[in-house]
Design a protein around this ligand. Structure first.
Ligand code: MF3
Ligand code: CO
Ligand code: CO
Length: 257
């Protein structure tokens, strides 16, 4: 399969899926408190997506993933499995939500801070969000995908952090992960050229230490930093429009988008 261009009807469905994913992240925010377990957050999200949104949590059973959301705490880069560990003061946690509505996917994540984490952790959270925004700002018909990766990695390095290479953004639509791969590093002027009607995610994973990662061999999912440094990630689902970009998973708090 190559990169699909969404029809007007598919774009409307992507808008709905994106909005629901964003609303699920907004819903969970007040629950993200010191002392709650990531399992409890998973259950609240699952019930909200299934019962209120009448949608499907895409991660559940995806290639055997056991839960409905991903929760990645501190040195976990991505694909953290909700469990019985309580969030504690000073933690940073990424919650990644993907819903399927009317056959189409919306995929988004954000960082939460528990209490006031150390200043370096706060900076990491800030820089990783800004890296995503710098990528989004480039999106319009005619640019190369490599331009986005180049800008994200350059910005991250300027702030003395590193960007993960092994995991990337992706085309999205009827399938959770479609072509193209959206790398968060690269060279200007390389890779596919964006066209109106493409939908894809940008989701940079930024490490406080070195970029290298390690997959937990016991659960086959949890990705951590090799050097145990902190990691942060933000994700949006995007539509390429004639005039630039529409952020399909924009939250109300994001008046800078
Ligand atoms: N939501 C992740 C992404 O942004 C994918 C999670 S796959 C899962 O692409 F199986 F771990 F849920
Ligand atoms: Co994604
Ligand atoms: Co995601």
């Amino acid at each position: 399969m190559s990169i699909t261009i969404k029809t007007t009807d598919e774009i409307e469905k992507m808008r709905t899926a994106g909005r629901l994913a964003a609303e699920a992240l907004e819903m969970i925010e007040p629950h993200v408190q010191i002392g709650i377990t990531t399992d409890e957050l998973d259950k609240i999200c699952h019930n909200y997506i299934v019962n209120e949104q009448q949608a499907i949590p895409a991660p559940l059973n995806y290639h055997g993933f056991p839960k409905s959301i991903c929760t990645s705490v501190n040195h976990v880069i991505c694909h953290g499995i909700p469990g019985d560990k309580k969030l504690k003061r000073g933690d940073i946690v990424n919650i990644d939500i993907t819903v399927i509505k009317n056959g189409y996917h919306g995929d988004t994540s954000k960082m939460f801070m528990l209490g006031t984490p150390p200043i370096r952790a706060q900076r990491l959270v800030q820089v990783s969000r800004e890296a995503l925004l710098q990528g989004i700002a480039l999106v319009k018909p005619g640019i190369h995908l490599g331009d986005i990766g180049y800008t994200i990695e350059r910005y991250t390095k300027q702030h003395n952090f590193s960007v993960v290479h092994e995991y990337c953004g992706h085309g999205i639509g009827k399938a959770f992960h479609e072509e193209p791969q959206v790398l968060h590093y690269g060279k200007k002027g390389t890779g596919p050229i964006l066209e109106t009607g493409m939908t894809f995610t940008i989701e940079p994973m930024v490490n406080a230490g070195k970029r290298h990662c390690k997959l937990n061999p016991n659960d086959g999912w949890t990705v951590t930093t090799k050097d145990r440094s902190l990691s942060a990630q933000w994700e949006h689902t995007l539509l390429v429009t004639e005039s630039g970009v529409e952020v399909l998973t924009k939250r109300t708090e994001e008046d800078d988008l």
